[in-house]
Design a protein around this ligand. Sequence first.
Ligand code: IPM
Ligand code: MN
Length: 346
Amino acid sequence: TRNIKLAVIPGDGIGIEVVEQGLRVLEAVTANSGVTIDQTKFDLGAARWHRTGDTLTDEDLASIREHDAILLGAIGDPTVPSGVLERGLLLKLRFSLDQYVNLRPAKLYQGVKSPLANPGDIDFIVVREGTEGPYVGNGGAIRVGTPHEVANEVSVNTAFGVERVVRDAFTRAAARPAKHLTLVHKHNVLVHAGHLWRRTVEAVNAEFPDVTTDYLHVDAATIFLTTNPSRFDVIVTDNLFGDILTDQAAAIVGGIGLAASANINADRTAPSMFEPVHGSAPDIAGQGKADPTATVASVALLLDHLGLTNEAAKVEAAIAADLASRGDRVRSTTEVGSDLVALLRD
Ligand code: IPM
Ligand code: MN
């Protein structure tokens, strides 16, 4: 038997509810498969911060590192000042564990209604850089609160960081039927970073001659995501553009209730982390009505990352079957989880 050490971070709000269902599905799909899941729950998020003032200590991080993968629900709460948990916990995890590939698939499943009138066939992935860009906190402010305040957030783009994520995106593109990669940036304005990204795509393309590439400015990319999303296969982009585009990508394939993500350390020097794209949704937290599908789909990405491709495919198939038959039925978080578990047992 294979034992998987899983770090579980339910976090805040609906994160707690959806992770519970994700774990039920994980247990169901691995039962009788020779895989055991050894879970460690981590008390991280708003409650811990209120109690102790800690977001993520060195001890937490060292202990998380001992695991094979991380399942995370959601981080953030209106009672905590904006940025404290986002930077001090979620981004700290992504950066410390060097999760440089933020993988976000967008697929329109049968039975799911897109808000687009003519969605067509939507099936692409976004490879969002996860450790650099404007997210690194390279900046500062002076004269705060005065009319002469200066506030800088400097986007960091290293040749090393851009190249490794671009290579990962090419590798993924080469394995897909369409073998197409779109770089999204804004090199007409952000000339320094933009040209580094462009040159890097051109250079790495030589290693992947089967992959065709094109380029879109980020503003134009938002238009095509609305008017012709089937043109996309793999999108590679920086951390902030990727953040924005993947919310739009989620919206056109049925909403963030369905959108999965993986924060991958592709060198496997530290555990990768799997989380729904949505946040903690304090407005509906505790009501048992959050859709756990995004978390369950993130569990499929987790299984895939650990090489459990059969199990990943089973979870994917259960999600597809559930979506195909859900119609307008309103189900609780637990009911959706139960239906997915039942589909896995069929
Ligand atoms: C996401 C979220 C995070 C991000 C926030 C909560 C820091 O929006 O995972 O997309 O911007 O990456
Ligand atoms: Mn986001």
